[in-house]
Design a binder for this molecule. Structure first.
Ligand code: SAM
Length: 459
């Protein structure tokens, strides 16, 4: 049964949905339901705002039938949604592919050759059961902590190849350059050095395009990064811990290290960009914005009929899981967060940006006000709202939610005359339930809070 459900989901994803990156809390399973409810609320096929657009999966699905404005505070999300919403044709793909050939052999790759060769040698050794060197490189090979003098304890061989690489980058003016950002920030930790430099080459190629095409090339590069990243679960929240606290290499990780780091970046990029080409797109005036939800709601366009909101609900910030993609888009040489380690301040293992977005929806003391702003601003504009909610499932020991659904319903009913709950258990669409204090809220099932008949900003 589970197998069949997974198979159905895979088919659905292949045929009508699209998931640009591995994403936490993807709405893949409920796309049809969201779309049906929006059609019910607005049979005129007016504009929908997807105001926490994340991976762009919902925007893409809705954008086939109606104009979409997607909004997210993160630049990577703007890039992904723009890429899935805007047109892209075969002729443009051919242009991209022919340009790519000029970006495959670069000064950057000459500079990092010592580390690339060392990594290949270490992987080779690992295949013969000598795993220390590759685990050491995964754990301690990143350039930034080395430059910050945090690598006194690594082996002389690794130190020497990192130093040589740093010297080369300095000599060729690539040390602070945007052209080497993925390599300098994430090589060794999240990707092999070879892969990181090839991702940089793709981003450099993207920067020769403008607007829509630039976003499509960057988006396909982000999709590639998401596929190849060498972490558990394909998120960017935590790098592999390849050396344990006693200094021993973790042999059990070696096959994963080998598998992920052997993926060919250009081949994967080609697969990914072909997916963007095959997307079926509606011929509408779609818009993708990087901004705060509240600002977006202040500027809703007059053709807007429905707002779909899928805000974060846990205290974990989304920005932590996708910081690598954000830096690959912004290419802004961000500062890295520091943590206390044996009485010293050291760069975080995950190499997180210090300016990672802290969402009010994920902060207990701020969430209520953030939701109030959401309900009131949508209501003021006389627009309907659909709010996604994934409840806390004690059985699955999921992370507790910052707001309960009852709190949300109570708040929503101050701004909308009709507030309904729709619960989705797997693929089964259960009946529409009127809001009722005694309504039993299903745990684990996805919930949609449907707010119609706005009061215009409060009862
Ligand atoms: C649950 S995810 C959305 C997932 C999305 N529906 C999908 O299917 O991929 C929440 C999103 O809200 C965004 N976000 C958090 N705070 C925000 C804010 N103040 N304004 C706009 N977007 C915000 C995060 O960056 C994240 O992408």
């Amino acid at each position: 049964m589970v197998f069949n459900l997974n198979k159905q989901l895979a088919l659905f994803e292949e045929e009508v949905a699209f998931r640009p990156i591995h994403y936490l809390g993807s709405k893949l399973r409920i796309l049809e339901t969201i779309s049906d409810i929006i059609d019910d609320i607005d049979p005129t096929f007016g504009r929908v705002y997807d105001i926490f657009s994340g991976s762009g999966t919902v925007s893409y699905y809705l954008g086939k039938r109606r104009p979409v404005t997607s909004v997210d505070i993160q630049e990577y999300s703007r890039v992904l949604t723009n890429a899935v919403l805007q047109p892209f044709c075969e002729k443009e793909l051919i242009e991209i592919k022919s340009k790519l050939s000029y970006f495959k052999v670069t000064t950057l790759q000459e500079c990092i050759e010592p580390l690339v060769k060392y990594e290949e040698w270490a992987l080779d050794k690992a295949n013969k059961n000598e795993v220390y060197e590759i685990c050491e490189l995964v754990e301690y090979g990143a350039l930034l902590p080395f430059l910050n003098k945090e690598r006194e304890n690594v082996s002389d061989d690794l130190k020497a190849v990192i130093q040589k690489t740093v010297d080369n980058l300095n000599e060729m003016g690539l040390m602070d350059s945007v052209d080497s950002i993925t390599t300098r920030y994430f090589g060794g930790t999240y990707f092999s050095f070879q892969q990181a430099s090839e991702l940089d080459n793709l981003l450099n190629m993207a920067s020769t395009f403008e607007g829509r095409l630039k976003d499509i090339v960057i988006a396909a590069t982000l999709s590639t990064a998401s596929e190849i990243v060498n972490t558990v679960g394909k998120q960017f929240a935590q790098p592999l811990k390849a050396i344990d606290s006693k200094g021993n290499p973790k042999k059990s990780l070696v096959s994963k290290i080998n598998k992920d780091r052997s993926i060919d970046v250009y081949q994967k990029f080609e697969e990914e960009i072909n997916k963007y080409l095959s997307l079926e797109k509606g011929n509408f005036n779609h818009i993708s914005l990087r901004c705060d939800y509240s600002d977006a709601l202040d500027n809703l366009t007059n053709d807007t009929k429905v707002v779909y909101a899928d805000p974060p609900y846990t205290r974990y910030h989304y920005s932590r899981y996708y910081h690598v993609l954000e830096t690959m888009c912004l290419r802004d040489n961000p500062e890295i967060t520091k943590v206390q380690f044996n009485g010293e301040l050291r760069m975080s293992r995950g190499l997180y940006r210090t300016d990672r977005h802290q969402s009010p929806f994920s902060i207990k003391t701020m969430a209520r006000k953030a939701f109030k702003t959401l309900f009131s601003k949508v209501s003021e504009r006389n627009v309907s709202l659909i709010l996604s909610y994934s409840p806390y499932d004690t059985e699955k020991e999921s992370t507790p939610r910052v707001q309960t659904v009852s709190e949300l319903l109570e708040m929503a009913s101050q701004y909308f005359k009709r507030v309904e709950l729709f619960s989705i258990e797997g693929f089964v669409h259960s009946k529409l339930n009127a809001v009722d204090k005694n309504f039993e809220i299903p745990t684990g099932a996805e919930i949609l809070v449907i707010c119609t008949e706005p009061t215009g900003g409060g009862k």
